[in-house]
Design a protein around this ligand. Structure first.
Ligand code: NAP
Length: 350
């Protein structure tokens, strides 16, 4: 246990922060070393500061940790950030300047051309931009981001298709869970018996982040992909799991069987490396007429797999299907921990 790499969690008392705490408490390579939150929580025991929301109990080793204030000195070099974006921007830069290796869930730095927006199955090669990041920004640490939760699901489903056929156009309509808004999130009176056709900033993220992730890395720079994404984002009264209805124009002719085979055959570097948080199958094709379903499939692959199904022809764009993934695991804490595992194996945490 003692040779595990210590890690701190910023925003540790929030929805995503609790998933980090839970993952790190049981991780073979990283250990939970420090928890950081707002002035409301600083100075308290984690168990007293945090309204624990996960069904598994709060890990014993977290209970007695004293919550540190933002910008506190941290002995852990690895820092996972689950801060709100308006706070994360400057704080994450501050920690990167101080030599910390920051893995952020916030949107603040995602579209910075020197910051990798990583989903290890999709664009593990983009981690190489960190050398340029450090050189150009002069930081001894670095910042790595993971995508917005709905972009994470979409890009995981699109990557097998991009590899096999290329992509020309993507249209996506989401049904996003309430936990995506953090805790306490929306008031129950706003969301019970309701669907809200607006999530601030979400459509712009879904239309830009996949292009960065599905782009290339060459000559020390990231180059976005050049297809178009159009997104409708809706909040619905589910607790966890973002369901997405996707229509796609592929870059080459392909039958539905070809597309199904591309989903089935899909695997990537995290699976080859057997990274601890990587699901055995990153994309799971369901063939039942009514799957994937939010409640039944959101925890597939321990919340790290993307389930796809209802694959059929689209009379407008070519093919269409439904994709589903966990916003809190693949779309947040699990994705970020997987990024850190990838960078450890690549020698970037030394
Ligand atoms: N929820 C998701 O599914 C999801 C998915 C992907 C990405 N994200 C992103 O992850 C981040 C965290 O989201 P969340 O859903 O976990 O939010 P949340 O439940 O509202 O938690 C926010 C956390 O940040 C802390 N915090 C708030 N204001 C602070 C301040 N001024 N200084 C220091 N700490 C502060 C809170 O501490 P206190 O308890 O002390 O207030 C809490 O620990 C956001 O950037 C979000 O966009 C969320």
């Amino acid at each position: 246990m003692s040779d595990r790499i210590p890690a701190a969690v910023l925003g540790a008392t929030g929805m995503v922060g609790q998933y980090f705490v839970s993952l790190l408490a049981n991780h073979p390579w990283f250990s939970l070393d420090a928890v950081v939150a707002s002035d409301r929580s600083a100075g308290k025991r984690y168990a007293d500061a945090c309204r624990w929301l996960l069904s598994a109990d709060m890990p014993e080793q977290a209970r007695n940790l004293e919550v540190s204030p933002l910008r506190a000195e941290l002995s852990a070099r690895v820092v996972f950030s689950a801060l709100p974006s308006d706070v994360a921007g400057a704080v994450e830069v501050d920690y990167a300047k101080r030599g910390h290796m920051v893995f952020s869930n916030a949107s603040s730095h995602r579209m910075d051309p020197l910051v990798p927006l990583l989903v290890p199955e999709v664009n593990h090669a983009h981690a190489a931009v960190l050398h340029e990041q450090r050189r150009q920004k002069g930081w001894s640490g670095f910042i790595v981001t993971n995508p917005n939760c709905s972009s994470a699901v979409l890009v995981s489903a699109l990557h097998p298709l991009q590899q096999a056929f290329g992509l020309e156009r993507v249209m996506v309509t989401t049904l996003q869970a309430v936990s995506g808004a953090g805790y306490p999130g929306l008031s129950s009176l706003d969301i019970l018996d309701n669907a809200v056709p607006y999530i601030g900033g979400e459509e712009a993220k879904m239309e830009s982040e996949p292009l960065k992730m599905l782009g290339s890395f060459s000559d020390g720079a990231l180059h976005p992909a050049n297809f178009k994404v159009s997104a409708h984002c809706n909040r619905v009264a589910t607790r966890d799991g973002h369901l997405e209805c996707v229509s796609v124009t592929l870059g080459a002719d392909a039958s539905l069987d070809d597309v199904a085979q591309a989903f089935r055959a899909y695997t990537s570097l995290p699976q080859e490396l057997n990274l601890p948080t990587a699901p055995p199958r990153p994309v799971i094709l369901r063939t039942e007429p009514d799957r994937p379903q939010t409640r039944l499939d959101r925890d597939a692959g321990n919340g790290m797999a993307t389930s796809v199904g209802r694959l059929r022809e689209c009379s407008l764009l070519g093919i269409k299907f439904v994709a589903l993934g966990s916003n809190t695991m693949r779309g947040a804490a699990g994705g970020s921990v997987l990024n850190a595992e990838l960078l450890k194996v690549q020698g970037l945490l030394d």
